[in-house]
Ligand binder design. Structure first.
Ligand code: CTP
Length: 402
């Protein structure tokens, strides 16, 4: 998986830097080309000589090399790398990455990255748990970086808690898994819906729900990283798409989403309905603002079209249809009934009873059920990791269907 892959490792000033030579050895043994950039402080923890010997390439620390009158181009590094790993990454560097403070070569390389970026934080537990560090990690994740969560254990300070950089063996496996999954959806056409819909009541009001669109956007980003041609049909959301291979259509109402889906469904290999589509709309939209009056106000609602059910009715041979089920009670039974009635191949069950799962959160916990009755139970994870799990099962299904 790593043969010929170009990997840049940015090392910053933490004691965990002493573990990086082990990781470098593993990557090189697997055929990767590794280049090292270090902050000046990192050189106190592990020597550039060790790393240049292992990589058979000079280690760069400074932007300028006055002895030779040359400079180390971070832009070239950004273009060269298939992947950048920053490990260990300190609280200080996380903060600079968030704000774009490019005062060393490691940060300038990070800002120039055109490839996926992985960050493996390492610091003492109080620094790690500080709200500013947690906020920075959230922001960096929202920029599309993958955070390799630190482990809980003995720390250099003598304290015990979260903040230990993930072990080199595990980081090695994460990078290998990334490259092995990378092309597994190559050239596959995937339609993904995301976000809520809005159903107008009058010129100033609408009916909607709490969906942020994050789960659908993570699915779109991850599918694009795995090589898919992604069409994202998004309801109203402030989220931005990062992948260049994502084509996006913005819609507002359930009706608009229905038309966009039905028009683009033919020829798709996979369709994933992650959107929280409104089930009802106002029967008659008021053309002028409804004025306040003393009594109650009754609005007559009519059902919207069930998009997923409509797609299930016209599903093409070998097309994979994936639905979501958001449930508050009898979760499994309800999800299995939806899988059947809508002619789905997979259904992703979200229970609002699970803390940390559902609307607006950075995390989610889902179970995935297939049309053969197999249930894949999940843990509470970042929405990115949940997207990876869902797409791994999609890939397996596509292979089984061949
Ligand atoms: N869905 C859809 N069109 C709708 C409503 C829902 O395509 N008008 C899709 C959602 O995108 C999701 C799945 O149907 O993939 C299930 O949505 P959910 O709200 O859980 O279930 P419903 O079928 O709407 O049933 P209920 O609200 O009664 O649970």
């Amino acid at each position: 998986m790593l043969q010929g892959k170009k990997i840049i490792i940015g090392i910053t000033g933490s004691i965990a830097a002493y573990k990086i030579p082990l990781l470098v050895r593993m990557l090189i043994k697997d055929g990767a080309e590794v280049r090292i950039i270090m902050t000046p402080v990192a050189t106190h923890f592990v020597t550039p000589l060790t790393l240049s010997t292992l990589t058979n390439h000079p280690v760069v620390v400074e932007s300028f090399d006055p002895a030779h009158g040359t400079w180390n181009s971070h832009v070239e590094m950004g273009q060269w790398a298939d992947l950048m790993l920053f490990a260990p990454v300190t609280a200080n560097t996380l903060g600079k990455m968030v704000s774009g403070i490019a005062d060393n070569l490691v940060i300038t390389a990070y800002l120039s990255a055109k490839c996926p970026v992985f960050l493996a934080p390492a610091m003492d537990m109080d620094m790690y748990l500080h709200p500013s560090t947690q906020r920075n990690l959230e922001v960096l994740q929202s920029y599309g970086n993958t955070i390799i969560e630190p482990q809980t254990g003995e720390l250099a300070s003598g304290l015990s808690g979260p903040g230990r950089m993930e072990e080199p063996e595990k980081i090695h496996k994460i990078l290998k898994d990334y490259f092995s999954g990378k092309d597994s959806l190559l050239k596959k056409k995937i339609l993904i819906t995301a976000g809520p819909t809005r159903e107008k009541i009058d010129p100033v009001r609408f009916l909607s729900n709490f969906s942020s669109g994050k789960m659908g956007f993570e699915l779109a980003e991850t599918a694009a990283e795995m090589g898919a041609e992604v069409l994202l049909i998004a309801g109203p959301t402030t989220l931005q798409t990062r992948g260049s291979s994502i084509c996006r259509i913005n819609v507002t109402t359930a009706e608009e989403m229905y038309h966009a889906c039905i028009n683009h469904a033919p020829g798709q290999d996979v369709i994933i309905m992650a959107a929280a589509v409104a089930d009802y709309r106002v029967k008659e939209i008021h053309s002028v603002k409804i004025k306040k009056s003393k009594g109650n106000l009754a609005l007559e609602l009519e059902p919207t079209t069930d998009i997923l059910k409509s797609l299930g009715a016209v599903k093409e041979k070998n097309q994979l249809l994936v639905g979501f089920a958001l449930e508050t009670d009898h979760e499994l039974v309800n999800a299995q009934a939806k899988l059947k009635s809508k002619n789905l191949d997979l259904i992703v069950l979200n229970s609002l009873n699970d803390p940390g799962a559902g609307f607006g959160t950075e995390t989610n916990k889902v179970s995935i059920i297939d049309d053969q009755g197999t249930i894949y139970p999940g843990q509470l994870k970042s929405k990115k990791a949940v997207a990876q799990d869902i797409l791994a099962i999609v890939v397996k299904k596509l292979i089984d269907n061949q």
